[in-house]
Design a protein around this ligand. Structure first.
Ligand code: PRP
Ligand code: URA
Length: 212
């Protein structure tokens, strides 16, 4: 679904609405939180993979020859550590042959600026469709920086998938990477003065891994 932001596409689905409620509820324990993240990731992955290209080839059913299809695009998923890891399994269960890179970024809680601590991506990063995944788009600092790193290493075909986006982060990403499409499961109101999304779901990394 299109929104007031030309680069942001909201996936409007009853199952996402139900599972986003599970994520937002402060009393949801990590094991239930992770399952809800995985289910939403399935739906996002299905939506995103609608644009993948296919090629025909001949196969034989038990009865006769017919035409089959294979996906010809290479896909690289890049979770932003840590919280992005929670979305990887859900994406891989749908886009089964995607390769996975990793970018380690942590927000400095005083400056709110992201600091890189790890980078490793597959060799085909410059020809593949690259999907950066991170549950939270808050100030947009982490996603902007992650996309900068990916472009520096040669990635050209990029998109970003998140669970919850704040208007501030969408605007920042649009200003720095206007060609990158953002797919999100929720568009929230605003950030608080600590850079947390309101109403949001809290700290996605802590809630995924139980480090609260
Ligand atoms: C969270 C989240 C994003 C970032 C979003 O990570 O997973 O990476 O904050 O905020 P931003 O848009 O303002 O940059 P965090 O830095 O808390 O690290 P973690 O995943 O290790 O918990
Ligand atoms: N990172 C999170 O995990 N949650 C927020 O609300 C903002 C940044």
């Amino acid at each position: 679904m299109t929104t007031q932001f030309p680069n942001f596409f909201l996936i409007d689905h009853p199952l996402i609405k139900r599972d986003m409620t599970v994520l937002r509820d402060y009393s949801t324990p990590p094991e239930i939180f992770r399952e809800a993240v995985k289910r939403i990731s399935h739906i996002l992955a299905v939506e995103i993979s609608k644009d993948l290209n296919t090629a025909e080839f001949e196969i034989e059913t038990p009865l006769e020859k017919t035409i089959g299809f294979k996906i010809i695009d290479e896909v690289v998923l890049v979770p932003v550590l840590r919280a992005g890891l929670g979305m990887v399994t859900g994406f891989l269960e749908i886009i089964t042959d995607a390769k996975v890179g990793h970018i380690g970024l942590q927000r400095d809680e005083t400056t709110l600026k992201p600091v890189e601590y790890y980078y490793k991506t597959p060799k085909n990063i410059n020809t593949a469709k690259v999907i950066l995944v991170d549950p939270m788009l808050a100030t947009g600092g982490s996603a902007t920086e992650a996309l900068n790193y990916l472009k520096k290493r040669g990635a050209k075909n990029l998109m970003f998938a998140c669970l919850v986006a704040a208007p501030e982060g969408i605007k920042k990403l649009n200003a720095h990477h206007p060609e990158v499409k953002i797919i999100g499961a929720a568009l929230d109101r605003e950030l608080n003065n600590k850079g947390y999304i309101l109403p949001g779901l809290g700290d996605a990394g802590d809630r995924t891994f139980g480090t609260l």
